[in-house]
Design a binder for this molecule. Structure first.
Ligand SMILES: Cc1ncc(COP(=O)(O)O)c(C=O)c1O
Length: 347
């Protein structure tokens, strides 16, 4: 997280642990409500459309588990590239709501048209689908509700809720908004609140208050108390500048390795289709062990931290995520390292 945010966080941890119950019972609630207002405004939503959670996972789990318009015999759908715990939550609906779970595969190469066509085909093939999990992409669907996983997009990409066009979405604040770990929120568009169950029949808030859709118990609220400083930092840079910088870093390493025949870049060269996160695969190296080895080699030999990513139907890959503190030299070194990896792991 940015340095001013880290310092504010430390102050808030101290404040919370000095005042503890008294803070939670007095100043926290009105303050959290003001912060909710700020976050909602930044997203282009209204305060009563968002409720804080401990992160993207809690937000999306509550939306998926709480979605109450499913009847036995209906179907729900997600794709191989969706986040694993959201896939698990969708799988859980089979027992919980008596629905079929349809899984689709995002095509490679994932051009915009290929992705839209794949979703259209999958939805046509499975007309009973009533709920679709999407990882921040737009899709035109009929009679299908969409829960958008925006955990990784808000703060990395410059957009508001209307650009997303979603009725239901889950966000992390502790990823690209730079809030300390332990903060996120769920979004439910006005008018759609009745379609999501109360969290464990919560009675703290009335059913028409979105906060009744989350009940996390007594929490470490220091991350939420620090959110305004993180939003200040975000605004000082500007969402558009952040997005441009992050894409610049991604483009800089990707464009240096495009000529290597056995390096597959798994995001298309379409600005509408990527942010800063981009995965690569060495052709033929699709196993977990291969990609663990590549990740380890990058760390041991070059001190570059990447992540092995499993889940894509066509095989594992290595995910690269430049951050705001990443320099041009860092990504240039990565490009050199990938050239080395392509030779060393030639299949
Ligand atoms: C696509 C995606 N969705 C959801 C999550 C979960 O968000 P959180 O870590 O805030 O619980 C993650 C976390 O990495 C993610 O990458």
């Amino acid at each position: 997280m940015p340095e001013p945010v880290r310092r504010a966080y430390h102050r808030n941890v101290d404040l919370l642990n000095e005042q503890n119950s008294s803070l939670l019972r007095t100043t926290y609630k009105p303050e959290a409500d003001q912060i909710r207002q700020r976050v909602a405004e930044a997203l282009g939503a209204s305060r009563d459309e968002i409720a804080f959670t401990r992160g993207g996972t809690e937000a999306l789990q509550n939306l998926i588990a709480g979605y109450r318009r499913l009847q036995p015999g209906d179907a729900v759908m997600y794709a191989d590239l969706d986040y694993h715990s959201m896939q698990y939550a969708m799988n859980w609906l089979a027992d919980r709501r008596g629905v079929r779970v349809e899984r689709m595969v995002v095509p490679e190469p994932a051009t915009r048209q290929a992705v839209l066509d794949a979703y259209e085909r999958a939805l046509r093939e499975h007309p009973r689908v009533r709920l679709l999990l999407l990882s921040h992409m737009n899709n035109r669907t009929e009679g299908v509700d969409v829960i958008v996983d925006a955990a990784h997009s808000w703060g990395q990409l410059d957009f508001t809720i209307d650009d997303l066009g979603a009725d239901f979405a889950g966000f992390s604040l502790h990823k690209w908004m730079g809030v300390p770990l332990g903060a996120g929120f769920l979004y439910i568009r006005k008018g759609r609140l009745p379609d999501i169950d109360l969290a464990f029949c919560d009675e703290t808030y009335p059913a028409n208050d979105i906060r009744s859709r989350v009940h996390s118990g007594t929490l470490d609220v220091a991350p939420i108390l620090t959110a305004p400083v993180a939003l200040d930092f975000h605004n000082t840079l500007g969402a558009a500048v952040k997005q441009a910088r992050l894409r610049f870093l991604r483009d800089r390493w990707v464009h240096q390795v495009l000529d290597i025949p056995n390096v597959e870049i798994l995001t298309p060269e379409d600005p509408a289709m990527y942010g800063t996160i981009t995965a690569f695969r060495i052709t033929g190296r699709t196993s977990e062990a291969d990609n663990v080895a590549i990740r380890k080699y990058l760390l041991d030999r070059y001190r570059i931290f990447t992540v092995r990513r499993g889940g894509p139907a066509r095989g594992d890959c290595v995910r690269v995520t430049p951050a705001l503190f990443t320099s041009r030299d860092d990504v240039d070194l990565l490009a050199t390292a990938i050239r080395d990896v392509a030779r060393r792991f030639f299949a």
